[in-house]
Ligand binder design. Structure first.
Ligand code: HEC
Ligand code: HEC
Ligand code: HEC
Ligand code: HEC
Ligand code: HEC
Length: 396
């Protein structure tokens, strides 16, 4: 078809429209390369990078963040693995767990000292935002993925545009020299540096952390539903995930049915923007018991939902039974036995299944005494995280 002059004008305006809508002030391209938070421009409270300091003015964010996994990323299970490996190897892990220049270990002395301070302060920061509390004097690494990790570089604050506004770039504010507003804070890519491994690390075609890629393949990405939409609703800093029963329930749909003597449970991933679960670390057990009138179990079924990898010369994937976004799976209890009067389905979640195995094998080794205390604590904490996701019974 030959273009008429007015079509060209329409196309030109559409082009301009696109440019106008996509105006953004992108984050510096080295935002995640050896990040450093502190700068020279501010003094006192405004140059204090501790979360307790931010909390003096940003209480709502602090109150939500302090219960999130990000706040506890400098954990006994992490640090208990470092002695023996050395501070350099430790820093390679801190790249995601406490990545600021102010958080990394300078030497072996730092690492040795941290074992005691962590044992004495497993919480890591003062929950009541008290800058005079003894926890607020701990090295910043104890605050894990703290506010400044995502928001501050060389003293400069970066954040999303103000609520209800589209304005990007440097904005004046009543503290810390204002901030740089960028729409990059509203996009999934912001989470990629810690929640996505490069394809070169793939095992059976998929990196161990593949969350952003899984999201890109889903209908959520096409509809513009970002990580933040689900994990920071209304900008809330709670970052709930597999450890929170209500969060997991919000992503799934269950349907219990019977057909003749068959009982079935259909599970559908309706609101999870990646595989359920996205990591190799959780494990989900779907189980069914067939009972007689006296409540005795006559038959038992179980299925697992997990991506399992094992190391044997090289990493191998031994199983991947996870549910992809939108996928349904049907679990069938074929209870032919006429004495069966009811079938009970139940689902248990073990959020830290993989790590429990790691901790058990570490404890079987000859660990340095303080590392042993840390790993023992990590194992008992991990055990407390298991929960029942679903339970329902049907009569025959
Ligand atoms: C003395 C009070 C004060 C302290 C301390 C403080 N802030 Fe702020 N912060 C402000 C004010 C005021 C604004 C500007 C709000 C506006 O103009 O919309 C702001 C804005 C921000 C924004 C941008 C918000 C948006 O809408 O995008 C971020 C992000 C931020 N601060 C992070 C931090 C972090 C992280 C810390 C601690 C390292 C911190 N602030 C410490 C007062 C403070
Ligand atoms: C600097 C690295 C880093 C960045 C950036 C980051 N995360 Fe995390 N995230 C972590 C680490 C490390 C953990 C695990 C903490 C722990 O349990 O030790 C975690 C845990 C989580 C969890 C909890 C998982 C569970 O087991 O329940 C969620 C949800 C999450 N992150 C979402 C996000 C989202 C959404 C973003 C982007 C807005 C993001 N993260 C950005 C490092 C990061
Ligand atoms: C690319 C980012 C990244 C790197 C590098 C990384 N982790 Fe993590 N780690 C995470 C995320 C995200 C989670 C939470 C999701 C999960 O449960 O796997 C996590 C969870 C953990 C946990 C369980 C939760 C906790 O804090 O107790 C341990 C233990 C852990 N990591 C240890 C390590 C060790 C040891 C290293 C270095 C060998 C390391 N990590 C390197 C991102 C990372
Ligand atoms: C893992 C990264 C991450 C961490 C850690 C984090 N934030 Fe944020 N923050 C974000 C993202 C992403 C947004 C924008 C969310 C959106 O637009 O949906 C945001 C938004 C904000 C805003 C603007 C809020 C609003 O309602 O307009 C402030 C202020 C802020 N953060 C302060 C903090 C403070 C203080 C802490 C520590 C207690 C903190 N952040 C920890 C990623 C983070
Ligand atoms: C449509 C909503 C939705 C979107 C979009 C979404 N998530 Fe989730 N996410 C969930 C739900 C629900 C869970 C709990 C069930 C589960 O663990 O899969 C979860 C769990 C997690 C976990 C816990 C660990 C695990 O193994 O499951 C992490 C980490 C996480 N999400 C990170 C992200 C990141 C990073 C993005 C963006 C690339 C993202 N999520 C996008 C809903 C969402």
């Amino acid at each position: 078809m030959k273009k008429t002059w007015w079509m060209s004008v329409v196309l030109l305006f559409m082009g301009l429209g696109l440019v106008a809508a996509s105006v953004n002030e992108p984050l510096p391209s080295d935002y995640w390369d050896m990040p450093q938070a502190k700068g020279k421009a501010h003094i006192g409270l405004e140059n204090n990078m501790r979360p307790e300091a931010c909390a003096q003015c940003h209480e709502a964010q602090f109150n939500a963040w302090r219960d999130s996994k990000h706040a506890h990323a400098y954990s006994p299970g992490l640090v208990g693995q470092f002695p023996g490996a050395g501070h350099g190897a430790g820093n390679e892990c801190l790249v995601c767990h406490a990545p600021l220049a102010e958080q990394l270990y300078r030497d072996e002395g730092d690492l040795a000292a941290t074992l005691s301070t962590l044992l004495e302060n497993p919480e890591g920061f003062s929950r009541d935002a008290d800058l005079d509390a003894k926890q607020a004097k701990l090295p910043l690494r104890h605050a894990g993925v703290t506010c400044a990790v995502c928001h501050v570089r060389n003293g400069q604050r970066f954040g999303p545009p103000r609520r209800g506004s589209d304005v990007v770039g440097h904005l004046e504010g009543a503290a810390h020299g204002g901030f740089i507003a960028t729409k990059d804070f509203e996009k999934s890519q912001l989470c990629a540096s810690c929640h996505q491994f490069p394809q070169s690390y793939a095992i059976n075609g998929k990196p161990l952390e593949n969350t952003v890629f899984e999201w890109q393949q889903s209908s959520f990405a096409r509809q513009g539903v970002q990580c933040q939409t689900c994990h920071m609703p209304d900008r809330k800093h709670s970052f709930k995930g597999i450890h929170d029963v209500d969060m997991v329930r919000s992503g799934l749909n269950f349907k219990l049915e019977k057909k003749g003597r068959l009982a079935s449970l259909t599970m559908t991933s309706v609101h999870i923007g990646h595989a359920f679960p996205t990591y190799v670390t959780p494990k989900i057990w779907v189980k069914a018991d067939a009972l007689n009138a006296q409540g005795k179990v006559l038959q038992h079924w179980q299925w697992s939902i997990v991506r399992e990898v094992a190391y044997d010369d090289d990493w191998k994937e031994t199983q991947d039974s996870r549910l992809m976004p939108g996928e349904s799976r049907i679990f069938i209890a074929d209870n032919a036995d006429k004495n069966i009067t009811s079938v009970r389905f139940y689902i248990d979640v073990i959020p830290d299944a993989f790590y429990k195995g790691v901790y058990q094998s570490l404890l079987a080794d000859n660990l340095q005494p303080k590392a042993k205390l840390l790993i023992t604590k990590a194992l008992s904490d991990a055990d407390k995280n298991d929960y029942r996701l679903y339970e329902n019974e049907m009569q025959f």
